[in-house]
Design a protein around this ligand. Structure first.
Ligand SMILES: Nc1ncnc2c1ncn2[C@@H]1O[C@H](COP(=O)(O)OP(=O)(O)OP(=O)(O)O)[C@@H](O)[C@H]1O
Length: 361
């Protein structure tokens, strides 16, 4: 094709800023092809984040820029979520492109609720998503996602993921007696969770969300070291005591070189179910300040809202039960940020690395 045209188009695409990444399409490496097909200019743009609602937005921006410059072309915008780098020395999973840990410094801050709604929000925007419930102390995803039935195996060795509103789900809760108190020794817990992750037949996932056990003890540390994580999210509530523990979570991931995608403040404000008045009953701005202090992103704040709890208790998280509600929009906004932050991580090249043989001859 005419090199001049290609250069001109590339130059114009440098002027089209994707509102989601804040970068132009060339800088974000989204331009996959500019080619001549049967005398017609064809442009292919790949978006490396969940983009169902954003595909038409980006397509319109490109078409408008080309039209302004009297260039006619077929513009195709696609979602193509690729695998990104994990900790050095850890092997990535087959069929799972990106693994994201959702963790908390302490229990009860709403980590599992965030994990479920975040997974559903990523799915709503067009991603293929799995959820691994690794919370050995209180596996709540079977209830929260209304899972029916127990573990399913076709070959007696591997597990089939369960279906939770379209998510592929594996939960330690399905494998244990829910009425028995869970007393795991560290290594046993880690090996049971490793088995659950590796022996589940995940089918072609863009993201696997891991609902981590709360806290920053040995089990959490081993998991953060051994599970191939693209990034971690720390959930906290606004109280000083929760923030103190959340900081420990940040330090733990830093120690094992897992990039922190950001902090989410849950129960940030209380919304009165009678009058709709919103107030910061547990304190204000603590998580945002902590994010600044540690140089990580503040992903957003989720209000304390009775509908979040009621929908979870019914097994239908609010993003699924009321996708257009204000609260569901907050989760979706956070999910969009998470998708873009993952896309900014380095690509995973491990699958293409040649294996090097060292011989003694
Ligand atoms: N923003 C919210 N508004 C109202 N209720 C919430 C909110 N977030 C979580 N909850 C409720 O708080 C309770 C605890 O939430 P969840 O189980 O997600 O916490 P957790 O941090 O995962 O706990 P643990 O780590 O101890 O398992 C649940 O009943 C949940 O429905």
């Amino acid at each position: 094709m005419d090199e001049k045209i290609e250069q001109k188009v590339r130059h114009l695409l440098k002027e089209v800023v994707d509102p989601n990444t804040g970068k132009d399409l060339v800088a974000s490496k989204s331009v996959k092809k500019i080619e001549d097909v049967d005398d017609k200019l064809k442009i292919l743009i790949d978006l490396d984040y969940p983009a169902k609602t954003q595909i038409p937005v980006v397509k319109n921006l490109v078409e408008a820029k080309l039209a302004e410059n009297h260039i006619e072309a077929d513009v195709e915008v696609k979602q193509n979520i690729i695998a990104h780098q994990v900790q050095r020395g850890v092997k990535v999973f087959d069929n799972v492109r990106n693994v994201i840990a959702v963790s908390s410094g302490k229990g009860g801050v709403g980590k599992s609720t965030v994990a479920a709604n975040l997974a559903l929000a990523l799915q709503a925007e067009g991603a293929k998503v799995g959820l691994l419930d690794a919370d050995i102390y209180g596996p709540s995803q079977p209830t929260m996602l209304g899972l029916k039935g127990g573990a399913v195996t076709k070959d007696g060795k591997t597990l089939e993921p369960l279906d939770g509103h379209g998510l592929q789900v594996a939960s330690i809760g399905v494998l244990i007696d829910p009425d028995e108190p869970m007393i795991w020794r560290g290594p046993l817990a880690v090996s049971a969770l490793q088995q659950l992750i590796k022996q589940t037949n995940w089918h072609d996932l863009d993201y696997l969300i891991v609902d981590m056990p709360p806290g920053t003890g040995d089990i959490q540390l081993s998991l953060s070291q051994e599970v191939p994580l693209t990034g971690a999210i720390v959930v906290t509530t606004p109280q000083d005591i929760a923030l103190m523990d959340a900081k420990k979570g940040l330090v733990m991931f830093e120690k094992v070189n897992v990039p922190i995608l950001g902090i989410i403040e849950n129960m940030a404000t209380h919304i009165c179910s009678k009058c709709g008045h919103e107030e910061h009953i547990f304190g204000e701005g603590g998580a945002k300040k902590m994010a600044e202090q540690y140089g990580v992103k503040f992903l957003g704040e989720i209000p304390l809202d009775i509908n979040i709890r009621l929908s979870m208790d019914k097994g239908e998280p609010i993003v699924e039960a009321a996708p257009d509600s204000k609260v569901a929009q907050v989760y979706k906004e956070i999910a969009r940020k998470v998708g873009v932050l993952v896309s900014e991580r380095n690509k995973d090249y491990s699958a293409k690395m040649p294996s090097i043989k060292v011989s003694n001859d």
